[in-house]
Design a protein. Structure first.
Length: 72
């Protein structure tokens, strides 16, 4: 199965690719209510420790935990 195309507008992320596409092996998305949870997101693709399920009523209620700033 092909990986889905994930577009992102955060250009200072180390997973930023051509045409705004995310190059992470895996992407962790959480609801804002748990935005401060520590999922060790700097190692996207190495297994996120989250099995719980939540419900979001709109996309603006969510956030991506995969973000890792680019090194300068």
């Amino acid at each position: 199965m092909a990986k889905p195309i994930v577009k992102c507008s955060v250009s200072n992320c180390s997973f930023w690719g051509e045409s705004n596409q995310c190059r992470a092996d895996a992407i962790m998305i959480e609801i804002d209510q748990h935005a401060n949870a520590n999922y060790n997101a700097e190692f996207a693709g190495e297994g996120f420790d989250s099995e719980h399920q939540d419900v979001a009523d709109k996309s603006s209620s969510t956030c991506c935990h995969t973000f890792k700033p680019k090194k300068h």
